[in-house]
Design a protein around this ligand. Structure first.
Ligand code: PLP
Length: 388
């Protein structure tokens, strides 16, 4: 970053390309699903919310380029988070984060999440035949599919549901439904992208080829504000056949110093083979946490790779949550901190208001001993918050 600052700290993208941005784009596309390689492009932003905004506008303009001007709605899922700006809030289904701004944001449609522990249909996998995916089909059939431009979802729901991963069969069916209705599929991998779940992008666990992938967070690992919109070949080609100009932009997009940070992070990830460490480290963490699962107030330990969540319940048999005012997740956070472990607390996983969970997302270099420490701190926290 210092070297890049000394060479050239900033050049506006209306007139200039920069070497670190070009290089990082090529590297990110090389680890993305097949349909992004050979002809995909990357739009760098300063974070995840800007990436979501960009994808919403990109989807809209894609249909203008293709002479389908009626399409503009971006359908999403309840119990989701896609960012804090107004467009991103419009698609986010996170009740607490969304509700204060309800008058300011359009409602383009939300369908059920894929969340087996509190299945919105009270069904059981796999006998359910993935009813949550069918919910998109029913919604589109009943609600003017011809005005829908895209569907956006988190392959593993992070902050809102505490690491709830899609079940096998879900993403494939969602892809089919999107294709059938001629709408774009956007995978929000701001939290799950760049190796967090054990594959470069979580979509790759299910061989999913979304049309757009959003990423952020780990892409520059906190050294600089950076997000990215990965745009697949078919979208790029539609723009090339049309105006060739995306009517959108941020002054600091594809920032040379931020993308230099992204390259430095990538260098480190490659040199130390860190992507490869996630799956075994995730298994170690899961093993260390397994003993916690038998606690009467631990409802579920879930997640994928190094994105794990623990949900706390009042009644283990029914999955009934604690009342919101009990602030269980926050109390767990404070108690775990006493043992030097930071967790990300969340509330609302059951119905947007009730339901307490914590997210665990340790660095890719986490050791077996540290996984043990995380499990010990959580056990301590659980015993402290729920004294017998
Ligand atoms: C899935 C997801 N999408 C979008 C965002 C928004 O990203 P940012 O906070 O970088 O704007 C987040 C942030 O937590 C996220 O988890």
């Amino acid at each position: 970053m210092a070297k890049q600052c000394a060479e050239i700290a900033f050049a506006h993208t209306t007139q200039f390309h920069s070497e670190p941005a070009e290089k990082l784009a090529a590297r990110v596309l090389a680890i993305a699903p097949r349909n992004f390689r050979n002809g995909g492009r990357v739009y760098f932003t300063s974070g995840g919310s800007e990436a979501t905004e960009t994808a919403i506008k990109l989807a809209r303009q894609y249909f203008l380029e293709g002479k389908e001007p009626a399409r503009y709605r971006v359908v999403a899922r309840r119990q989701s988070y896609h960012g804090s700006t107004l467009g991103a809030m419009a698609v986010s289904g996170n009740v607490a984060r969304r509700s204060p701004y309800a008058p300011l944001i359009p409602e383009w449609g939300h369908v059920a999440p894929c969340f087996c522990y509190h299945c919105p249909f009270d069904k059981h996998y796999p006998e359910c035949h993935v009813a949550c995916a069918e919910d998109l089909e029913s919604y589109l059939s009943a609600n003017e599919a011809s005005s829908v431009a895209a569907f956006v979802f988190e392959p593993v729901v992070g902050a809102t549901l505490g690491a709830a991963a899609a079940v096998d069969g879900y993403t494939g069916r969602i892809g089919e439904i999107c294709r059938k209705h001629g709408i774009l599929l956007i995978a929000d991998e701001v939290m799950t992208g760049m190796g967090r779940t054990g594959k470069p992008f979580a979509s790759e666990h299910w061989d999913l080829e979304p049309d757009i992938i959003l990423t952020g967070k780990g892409i520059a690992s906190g050294y600089a504000p950076l997000g990215a919109v990965l745009v697949s070949r078919r979208i790029v080609e539609a723009f090339e056949r049309g105006t060739s100009a995306f009517m959108h932009g941020f002054t600091y997009q594809a920032h040379p110093v931020a993308t230099a940070a992204g390259n430095a992070v990538f260098d480190y990830l490659e040199a130390h083979k860190l992507f490869e460490r996630v799956e075994p480290a995730g298994a170690l963490l899961r093993k260390a946490l397994s003993e916690l699962g038998s606690h009467p107030h631990v409802g579920e330990v879930r997640g994928l790779g190094l994105l794990q969540g623990v949900e706390f319940v009042r009644d283990k048999v029914t999955g009934e949550p604690f009342p919101k005012e009990a602030s269980v997740a926050e109390k767990i956070r404070l108690a775990a901190l006493e043992k030097g472990v930071l967790v990300y607390p969340g509330q609302g996983c059951v119905d947007g208001i009730r339901g307490d969970h914590v997210l665990l997302a340790p660095p890719f270099i986490v050791s077996a001993e540290e996984c043990g420490l995380i499990a010990y701190a959580l056990r301590y926290a659980v015993d402290r918050v729920f004294p017998s």
